[in-house]
Design a binder for this molecule. Sequence first.
Ligand code: EPU
Length: 304
Amino acid sequence: MDEALWKGHLSSAAVVRFQEPLARRTTLRVGGPADVWVEPADGTDLSAVLRLCAEHGWPWLVLGRGSNLLVRDGGVRGVVISLGQPGFAQWRVEAPELHCGAGVRLKTVAVEARRNGVAGLEFLEGIPGSVGGALRMNAGAMGAWMFQVVRQIRYMDPAGDIHEQPAAEIATSYRQCPLLRSHIALGAVLSGQLENPEAVAERMLNYSRKRWESQPPQPSAGCIFKNPSAIPAGRLIQELGLKGAAIGAAMVSGVHGNFIVNTGQASASEVLELIALVKARALSERGIQLETEVEIIGEGASCV
Ligand code: EPU
């Protein structure tokens, strides 16, 4: 994986780095390095990256804003692709629709929706992710989720070809969009309803207050577990008396039981051990099999 090989296939604006630490690229701030970190400048670069990976048999994955991710301490073998360059972060408002690249921050989507009086996208305001990550995860908050507001998506297949498809044709479920596990979201048309901007702003403010009251400010990966059907994971963990439980610098938040926070220099293995402990207690004491919502990648610790 030498530099010349990469440079020869990508535009001069592309960024390629080796042994790139991933901890600082995730909101939980743990994890080892990526063998190769690539920031393609545009779709042409991205398809060249995918072709190179296919030719050489290198595994690849796309990292969004790293807000729902736990990277193991040994880091990631293969190629980590970031769609952080401006070529993927363009947006255009045609109220009540917003055309957004995968790299656009959800915060930006919310600000534009508010400014243009587009209702229905308020729940995106506090999710610390990008449009691409939210599509891949079918991210949700405040009882709403991404694919409820998506009319169309644009994505690249592993061969580097681009497709557009109405969202109604794409299978999704709670926190999942299986298509985007193997394909890369490039953008989406988000659709709301026209309403007075003050009413939209007020709902966003209420959501933001609710979140600040109920979620911890320290570094975390958001909710660690999916909500089981029987009981919200946060309430279950509280009932198990596990709020404040800690392994090293990884601690179950005292504010919300479904958040593990990094109180200092936590390692991924400490977070993984704490996840295992919570799962074991939920199973032994309540017969509930908790499933992680956060995506766990990389090497160096045992699978949870
Ligand atoms: N609860 C407790 N104790 C706690 C935490 C929660 O009793 O420590 C109770 C709450 O009082 C409430 C219920 O559990 O009755 C649900 O809690 P909350 O309203 O905080 O919502 P949640 O189901 O825990 C979901 C999403 C969050 C999203 C919030 C706000 C999941 C797994 N989580 O949390 O998403 O921000 O709703 O809408 O679906 C994420 O995906 O990373 C995430 C944080």
